[in-house]
Design a protein around this ligand. Sequence first.
Ligand SMILES: *[C@@H]1O[C@H](CO)[C@@H](O)[C@H](O)[C@H]1NC(C)=O
Ligand SMILES: *[C@@H]1O[C@H](CO)[C@@H](O)[C@H](O)[C@H]1NC(C)=O
Length: 179
Amino acid sequence: MALSESLSPFCLALLLASILGSSEARDFLVGGNDNAWRVPPNTTDSLNQWAEKNRFQVGDSLVWKYDAAKDSVLQVTRDAYLGCNRSSPVAEHKDGATVVRLHLPGAYYFISGAAGACEEGEKLIVVVMSERHSLRGLATAPSPAESEGPAVAPTSAARRAVVFGSGMACSLVVLGMLM
Ligand SMILES: *[C@@H]1O[C@H](CO)[C@@H](O)[C@H](O)[C@H]1NC(C)=O
Ligand SMILES: *[C@@H]1O[C@H](CO)[C@@H](O)[C@H](O)[C@H]1NC(C)=O
C-alpha cells in the first residue's frame, strides 16, 4: 500500500502545507532602506507602518544601517518604549550595522539612542510570530491594534492548537505506517 493512498486528503494537505510553508529565515532591513533609522520626516509613524506590512517569524533577523557617530539602537521594555526612556535598555547596539535575531515570539520594542529622537518617532515595534510551519490562511498576522498588547490573541492560539493537534495526529499516522 502506497504511503499517499493511506493518508487522508487532509493529512496530505497538511504535510504539503508544512513543507511549502517552511521558508528560510529572512533578514529585514529596518524601514526598507539604508537611511530609515532616523527621525521620520513628518508625523507619520513610518517605521511602525513598515513593520505592520511585514510578517516576522522566529529565526528572522532585523538589520539596521545608521551612522554610529550619531545614533544607536536600544532594545527596551514596553514601558520604556512608551515613555521613550533610554536609561536602562535591555540591549544597546551602536556599531552602525546592527543585527538582532528574533529568537522568541512576541513583541520587540526598539527606540533610538539619540537624545530626543524617540520622542519624534524614531522607534519601532516588531511582533514576531511563533510558527515557521503554519498553514496559509489559518495563521493570521496580528493586527496593528494588537501590537501594543499581548503578541498572540486567544483566537489565534486556539487555531494553532487545532493545527498542532491535527499535525500530531497526521504525524502519528505516518509514523505508524513507517514502523
Ligand atoms: C510624510 O512622509 C512620507 C514619507 O516620506 C510621505 O510619503 C508622506 O507624503 C508625508 N506626509 C506628509 C503629510 O507630508
Ligand atoms: C526610566 O527608567 C528608569 C529605569 O527603569 C527609571 O528608574 C526612571 O524613573 C525612568 N524615567 C522616567 C522618566 O520614567
